[in-house]
Design a protein around this ligand. Structure first.
Ligand code: HEC
Length: 108
């Protein structure tokens, strides 16, 4: 199931390559996953179940909408260790991460 989904995504991406600048390559998505678990994970826990920062699992983010999550990632939280990421990540990358966090199933 997972594999076939990936294949469909890959075909969709290949078919529209260059057509949509906002669409992230499969390779970039993998890089973002690594960033989430390593860089974000250094504060939020490698399994995103919390550390210095709160848990970022779908359950933990359930009541928080997409805009709230993307704004937090983009701007950080002044006066807390949560840094702003807007100079390191594009808006579409931040949207992708927010979606990824919301759909995270704790399997890796
Ligand atoms: C240096 C530590 C640190 C790093 C690195 C970090 N965070 Fe955070 N993050 C925090 C802290 C601490 C908070 C809680 C801020 C507060 O008290 O309001 C937070 C809050 C958040 C929240 C809000 C959660 C909620 O329940 O309101 C989100 C979403 C978030 N971080 C995402 C990320 C993402 C995505 C990354 C990586 C791109 C990241 N953080 C990297 C420390 C960090």
């Amino acid at each position: 199931m997972r594999e076939s989904l990936m294949l469909i995504m890959l075909c969709a991406l290949t078919a529209s390559a260059g057509a949509n600048a906002d669409r992230l390559s499969v390779q970039r998505q993998q890089e973002l996953k690594d960033l989430v678990h390593q860089d974000c994970g250094s504060c939020h826990g490698m399994r995103l179940t919390g550390g210095l920062g709160p848990a970022l699992t779908p359950q933990a983010l359930q009541g928080k909408n997409h805009e709230f999550v993307t704004a937090t990632i983009s701007e950080g939280r002044l006066g807390t260790p949560m840094p702003p990421w807007r100079s390191l990540l594009s808006a579409s990358e931040i949207h992708w991460i927010a979606d990824y966090l919301k759909g995270w199933e704790g399997k890796r």
